[in-house]
Design a protein around this ligand. Sequence first.
Ligand code: ATP
Length: 250
Amino acid sequence: MLRVDNITVLFGGVTALKDISLHTDSGDFMGLIGPNGAGKTTLMRAITGTVKPAEGSVYLQEKCLDHLACHDRIRSGIGLSQQIVHPFTSMTVLENVVLVAGYERTKNPMRSIFSRTRKEEEEKAFELLKLLNIDKIAGEKPTNLPLGYLKRLEVARALALDPAILLLDEPLAGLNQTEARQLADQLAELNRLGQTILLIEHNLGEVIRICKTLAVIDNGTLISIGQPESVMNEPKVRKAYLGEEHHALP
Ligand SMILES: Nc1ncnc2c1ncn2[C@@H]1O[C@H](COP(=O)(O)OP(=O)(O)OP(=O)(O)O)[C@@H](O)[C@H]1O
């Protein structure tokens, strides 16, 4: 599905990623974890094309994405849900998803609002809201909605383009325990329905609970990848968190 081959990213004198290789199979739910500054977001940005690696390549379904800009990578099947949510506050929750659902056909977000097949796009958007359990707030404006709802809206928007793989950057950040568990359960359900997911997340308890595969980055290097519980039992993984989060290790 997604393959990252020997990616190295430099920021001036800082080597943010060193020769990282990994791949996800279709239907996988991979968690990408590591201490602060390990390089997780940089890897996500190298995959989406917002950071240019000094070396290495990214493939999606055997297609090399290296020469594509971010928007073309998204059109090729990479769905992205970012940590900071940016809904259009003048539109309702439903319209925010309809806008994305219509994007692929018209390639022009403003024209898609007035298109003849808007009804189909509304139906698709409403199904996504139901899937994320936010259909009850479909008619509300995102302003003043709790962060838990906005995070789910962000995921619904990413899903509206039918991505081959969904990349999630810290979707649980800022949520309380109940909200985090609810969203984590919904992500697990999306994966059960067949959605391939790559998740960056600091909430180790939830990551271990819902992910099928765990990859650990420390200091720009991939130090472990495999079944979550056995990865978390590796001494080098526990050491990577020592002094920072070892009390929180599940
Ligand atoms: N645009 C940039 N310019 C210079 N250095 C950067 C830039 N972006 C990231 N870095 C550096 O690259 C390294 C990896 O950062 P990155 O944000 O990818 O880590 P992370 O694992 O996502 O951290 P966190 O969990 O805190 O979000 C850090 O040393 C960071 O300071």
